[in-house]
Design a protein around this ligand. Structure first.
Ligand SMILES: Cc1ncc(COP(=O)(O)O)c(C=O)c1O
Ligand SMILES: N[C@@H](CCCC[NH3+])C(=O)O
Length: 420
């Protein structure tokens, strides 16, 4: 949906002019649209009614207000830490709608998850399975589990965000899955409910999803032969979005292709764990141009947001469109790198961009709603940016900009030796 629009030459998010957000909350600042999150969610939920389930991948954007919007829409949640469970509950999500993924769940996290009554664990190794069994039994509880299986499918995405290949650390190798299920069936405190996979992120083709589904269904068949009946199959997240010219499958086509294949399995519910597809294009990072610099052969557009605020370009050479919020800027056109204040050569938000821009201008880094704030850090003692949710004509500050006190909270000076 069109959430960012030009009105009288100025970019707006819903009904709010982006300069008004910068004026009130300063920059750098993440801005999200409630209407866009809602529309993106509904594109999934319309295709996948209960008993199917959509579990938003909290790692993509874990702001409490974002989780609140989704919880109110009836979302389930995919989490990877005790902290993410706590966030979902704090935002009004239900424990039974949580699936808990992650390769190194600690004792404390497993205990916490069980005590809260989360829906299920996506178990990633034999050792984890045994640990969950032991803890659940000790607590007098039964853990509902899926095994996260690694289907060894090439997701055809950036190697850092491919997760379903043999060499990746995630999940249980397909060839070992039956043996692990058979063990799980005998372990106390364990109830098998499903099978899970997640092959990677920012996928722009259907074929890898369907290849993974085939392999998962072959496993479902094998398990049935061993009297292990699953209630659902969880195909993870991974649907890509358009950052520049990618053309990922439409949500409806993606879901219908899988549901069509599942027609022969009427007893199986389909679970999905989308993150990026729900929030990426529902957010921008607003940043102010501090200086322009020309070093004799190259232009730099120096802005007040850096790799600590938005890591994706530095980490994955990811592309985010960057636009001047003033659509009819009279400034001269410059082609150069949009760089941040962080002391790293890799600190760029965009390379070789052509923009009409001058110092003081406000820029919007697009598609920044997923893996933006959640991957931010305090590197270079930079307080994390504010986060603002737009709802119609209203602006809600949903995370205040950090102060320096926030940044060094918990640090202490050592006693002065002379006085000690
Ligand atoms: C287990 C799991 N589920 C879901 C997701 C969400 O992926 P995406 O944001 O690509 O939809 C991820 C992240 O890649 C993940 O690791
Ligand atoms: N952090 C990645 C996505 C990986 C998700 C984790 N499995 C990104 O920004 O694209």
């Amino acid at each position: 949906m069109l959430i960012m629009k030009e009105i009288e030459g100025v970019l707006h998010f819903e009904d709010v002019a982006l300069p008004a957000v910068a004026e009130q909350f300063a920059t750098p600042c993440y801005v999200y649209s409630k209407a866009a999150i809602t529309a993106n969610w509904q594109a999934f939920s319309e295709q996948l009614p209960a008993p199917h389930k959509i579990c938003f991948a909290v790692k993509a954007n874990s702001n409490l207000a974002v989780l609140q919007v989704l919880a109110e829409l009836g979302a389930g949640f995919d989490v990877v830490s005790g902290g993410e469970i706590a966030r979902v509950l704090r935002a009004g999500g239900k424990a039974r709608d949580i699936v808990f993924s992650g390769v190194a769940k600690s004792d404390a996290e497993i205990r916490y998850a069980l005590s809260q009554g989360i829906g299920q664990f996506n178990v990633e190794s034999d050792a984890e399975l045994e640990r969950i069994s032991e803890i659940a039994t000790g607590m007098g509880l039964t853990a509902q589990i899926s095994l996260r299986v690694n289907p060894d499918v090439d997701a055809k995405t950036h190697p850092y965000i491919a997760t379903g290949l043999e060499d990746n650390k995630f999940g249980i190798p397909m060839q070992d899955a039956l043996a692990t299920y058979l063990r799980a069936a005998k372990l106390p405190g364990i109830s098998i409910v499903g099978a899970d996979c997640h092959i990677g992120s920012q996928l722009t083709e259907l074929a890898p999803f369907l290849a993974a589904l085939e392999r998962m269904l072959a496993l479902v068949d094998t398990l049935a032969e061993h009297d292990i009946q699953l209630r659902h199959i969880d195909m993870g997240g991974g649907l890509g979005v358009t950052y520049s010219d990618e053309q990922p499958p439409q949500v409806a086509a993606y879901i219908q292709a899988m549901l069509a294949r599942l027609e022969d399995y009427p007893h199986l519910a389909l679970y999905l764990e989308p993150g990026r597809a729900i929030v990426a294009n529902a957010g921008v990072l607003l940043t102010r141009v501090e200086y322009l610099k020309f070093n004799g052969h190259k232009h730099f557009i120096m802005v007040d947001a850096g790799m600590n605020d938005l890591l994706r370009p530095a980490l994955y050479q990811a592309h985010h469109d960057i636009v001047n919020v003033d659509c009819h800027s009279k400034a001269a056109s410059i082609t150069g790198d949009v760089v941040g204040p962080v002391c790293e050569t890799g600190d760029f938000l965009g390379q070789n961009r052509t923009l009409k821009v001058q110092a003081g201008d406000l820029l919007a880094v697009k598609s920044a709603g997923a893996y933006g704030f959640t991957m931010s850090s305090n590197y270079n003692t930079r307080p994390k940016p504010a986060e603002v949710m737009i709802a119609g004509a209203q602006m809600h500050l949903v995370r205040a900009r950090e102060t320096l006190e926030d940044v060094w909270r918990g640090e202490t000076l050592i006693p002065n030796e002379a006085k000690a």
